[in-house]
Design a protein around this ligand. Structure first.
Ligand SMILES: Nc1ncnc2c1ncn2[C@@H]1O[C@H](COP(=O)(O)OP(=O)(O)OP(=O)(O)O)[C@@H](O)[C@H]1O
Length: 602
């Protein structure tokens, strides 16, 4: 491969700080790997440290550099290395509680929450707790940040969590970074040992790094500041994880003698894809303006289409798959994968999938639906009834429910309510619910779900639930459609669990297929011959839950779409639907913007 003059100039950079701002496919990673080769003529390769944000990217770099025996690491792995040095030096022990089976951070916070609030924490609050604490630590904010988070007694829970970790020498991933910075600042000998190990530093995907991560870098590169950072502010899609691209906008002031260079030639995609991405991202205002040059001669194709429903969309995808092309089907919501997977299962099409499929089956909506179905087969079950009575408009109060403690174990809940004192309107609603639940017993799971949603008032309940379930409320039709598609024709719970297990196994297995199903976030940094960006529907993509910072959020969503379309080398498909769960839906704003750009062939 012959490097362009700009790539060559960047790859030949040696001393001092350099920021390379680049467009997608401009060979950032290619240039970084070339730079290792060039530097290794004057220094041992192991003295060059290449850092990146995600494991997938670090693996990709390693894979692409095969025989370049250099150091490629995620920032987290690097922090772990610093901590290991520290532990060895002081003969101490620290335990990671990130993914330990029994004693992990989730169990620990769960226990603390229950002690403080006297009831168990919900799955959603647990995820929110760690998301916000991580954001706070990565942004180097103090704990007053937590005051505005909607979790009961969060500050107290946080303090106890920190105290226990301190006492028992436990660390989670975010602590690892905080601790690494603390060690570098306070322990000169460890700092010096790291400094003497490496001479040149490179950071890929710099737009994803947080302030805390930049501070760690600053400590180790000082005073030579031999750092090369490559970044594309238009591909910054991790603001929720405290990515801080504004640090880079300040690069010139931060480092004396720093240089900035631009890589503006796209070597990946054909000219149609490059042009579309160029004009599309210009709809964002908060960005560096850039040049876009399309280098490849090979003709590329862009197809933009709207289908009546998702099954038509899948049929179209299937018709356009070729087994010898590396192909990605990319989506904004990981829930989008569920129906697609069900379709591929039914049609014996092999694929790789990199999402945690269990998230869907553990989601509130899916669990609620299963509880209602389970109760329909077991009218004696008080525990199940307590979970569902307010989700199917029974009008029963908490006091009514408490009376169930007087019910005989084998007595039917409905019969019990009919024989005790209860208002007429409640009795009427119970008659109705009983009749409908008996009706669904003989239906297959997909039909049960459709009936529960439409005729058992679950739809009204889901519209009213708390803001914490915004994802479910906003995307309720996607959830229901996915549940219906996945359970099509399934008659028993055993059959359903079997299918979920099969899917789980599949998501963990290594397959030779060239077809990848992925969220857009996980596709960053990667490339495919053919890319389908699916489900471009208003409300589903952009996915914005509140009006707060709407403008910025929309720009971040547009960057996500931009990452998706710039993964394609030869063919790009932009696909939308006119119906979701049999309801009319509108095309995403990004679909419309793309359509306009393509129509005007600017
Ligand atoms: N000088 C070049 N000549 C020909 N092909 C090149 C050149 N530089 C890079 N490429 C090719 O272009 C594609 C994109 O390169 P690379 O993945 O390094 O880009 P990137 O800037 O890291 O992309 P992104 O930011 O979109 O992830 C790769 O297939 C690579 O082999």
């Amino acid at each position: 491969m012959i490097l362009t003059s700009k790539q060559e100039k960047a790859a030949n950079h040696k001393e001092g700080p350099l920021l390379v701002l680049a467009i997608p496919g401009s060979g950032k990673t290619t240039m970084l790997l070339e730079r290792i080769k060039i530097l290794s003529r004057i220094i041992d390769k192991t003295r060059i440290l290449s850092l990146t944000f995600s494991k997938i990217q670090a693996e990709d770099m390693k894979e692409r550099s095969k025989d370049l025996k250099s150091n490629f690491m995620t920032i987290h792995a690097f922090c772990y290395l610093i901590i290991r040095n520290y532990l060895r030096k002081y003969n101490r022990e620290i335990r990671l509680i990130e993914d330990e089976k029994i004693y992990n951070k989730y169990n620990l916070v769960g226990e603390i929450y229950e002690k403080v609030n006297h009831y168990p924490i919900s799955k959603e609050d647990l995820a929110l707790f760690f998301r916000e604490v991580s954001f706070m630590k990565n942004s180097i904010l103090d704990k007053s940040y937590l005051k505005n988070i909607e979790i009961k007694n969060i500050s107290k829970i946080y303090e106890i969590y920190e105290e226990i970790k301190n006492k028992k020498h436990l660390l989670d991933f975010d602590d690892m970074q905080v601790k690494a910075l603390e060690i570098l600042k306070n322990d000169k000998s460890i700092l010096m040992s790291i400094k003497s190990k490496y001479k040149y530093y490179q950071l890929d995907e710099g737009q994803d790094a947080s302030l805390l991560q930049f501070k760690i870098l600053e400590e180790i590169i000082y005073p030579e500041n031999n750092i090369l950072i490559v970044a594309d502010d238009d591909q910054s899609i991790y603001s929720f994880r405290a990515a801080n691209p504004s640090y880079l906008l300040n690069f010139k002031n931060k480092f004396e003698n720093s240089k900035i260079m631009w890589l503006d030639t796209n070597h990946r995609s054909g000219s149609n894809i490059v042009n579309l991405s160029k004009y599309l991202i210009q709809n964002n205002k908060l960005r560096y303006d850039k040049n876009f040059i399309a280098k490849r001669d090979k003709k590329d194709d862009i197809i933009i289409k709207t289908f009546a429903d998702s099954s038509k969309e899948y049929q179209f995808i299937r018709k356009n798959l070729k087994s010898d092309e590396k192909t990605a089907i990319l989506f904004r919501n990981n829930i989008s994968a569920i129906s697609l997977i069900a379709y591929f299962f039914d049609n014996d099409i092999d694929f790789n999938v990199n999402i945690n499929v269990l998230d869907f089956f553990e989601s509130k909506i899916f669990k609620d639906l299963l509880s209602i179905i389970d109760f329909s087969n077991d009218f004696n079950n008080v525990e199940l009834f307590k979970e569902i009575y307010y989700k199917v408009s029974s009008y029963l109060s908490k006091e009514d429910i408490e009376k169930l403690s007087y019910k005989a174990i084998n007595e039917d809940i409905f019969d019990y309510f009919y024989r005790i004192e209860l208002e007429d309107y409640k009795i009427d609603s119970l008659f109705n619910i009983e009749k409908k639940l008996k009706h669904i017993r003989k239906l297959s799971y997909d039909k049960k779900i459709s009936f529960i949603y439409n005729s058992l008032s679950y739809k009204s309940y889901i519209n009213m639930i708390s803001r914490k379930y915004m994802q479910e409320t906003v995307n309720k039709d996607l959830y229901i459609e996915s549940a219906i598609n996945f359970t099509k024709g399934i008659k028993t719970k055993e059959e359903l669990l079997e299918k979920i297990e099969k899917l789980q196994k599949k998501s963990k297995s290594l397959i030779k297929s060239k077809l990848y199903l992925s969220t857009i976030h996980s596709s960053k940094g990667l490339e495919y011959d053919k890319v389908f960006v699916i489900d471009l529907i208003e409300n589903e993509f952009p996915l914005i839950f509140s009006d707060e910072d709407r403008k910025q959020r929309l720009e971040e969503e547009r960057r996500i779409f931009y990452v998706a379309i710039t993964r394609a080398k030869n063919s790009l498909y932009i696909l939308s639907l006119s119906k979701r769960n049999k309801k009319k839906v509108k095309q995403s704003i990004f679909y419309k913007e793309s359509y306009e750009i393509l129509k005007n062939k600017r």
